[in-house]
Write a protein that binds this ligand. Sequence first.
Ligand code: SF4
Length: 225
Amino acid sequence: MRGRISEIFESIQGEGILVGVRQLFIRFCGCNLDCYYCDTLKDSEFCFDHVSGEKIQNPISAEYVQRRIDSAKVHSVSLTGGEPLLQAEFIRALNKTRPFYLESNMSIPEKAKKLRFVDFVAGDLKVREAKLFDFEILLENTFKSFKILRKTRTRRTFCKIVLPSVFNEEEIINSSLQIKDYVECFVLQPVFGSRLENIFKLQQKMLEFADTRVIPQVHKFMGVR
Ligand code: SF4
């Protein structure tokens, strides 16, 4: 089995409920969405392995990635992107010798069904924006994916909402109500540099039905990958 991966590296988790833990990051190429704040490569001819210093032609083998996972002294392995669900079959081919932490846009429920074995899910609830076509379909698929990958005794699932300074508060609350029973908490993540006033107001309202935290991207403050 082979997968398209843009880079492999070790760093701290900079977002969400596990902020600060050390992880091995497997960054998959490709995404089915096109968010305006996206800062990741859509495809790459090579996989840059920053752990070994190697540059490998894509697609790369599951055996290669497995060796990285087995030798990493980390809290967990972050499967990130791009959108890792697009390569769910490749992820299934890996042995979970470290806990798996899935970072997903939660837009492909049929692929989410294949990854029920992961230990952590950092799932997105997207805010409506011009670049996201068929937003209603995206929301329906998001609700389905959270239901499939909901929190259990062995899986910690939380919902991340990336927020600009201005957003539709009512719409976010209505969507969050559809998800609240499936997640441990919500994380409101300001777009880097945006004003926080409206985000704190939203937090107050969401606290009426769920644990809701405001956590920025810590790795950006620290200037690390
Ligand atoms: S879902 Fe993530 S990877 Fe995909 S376009 Fe949006 S920010 Fe980029």
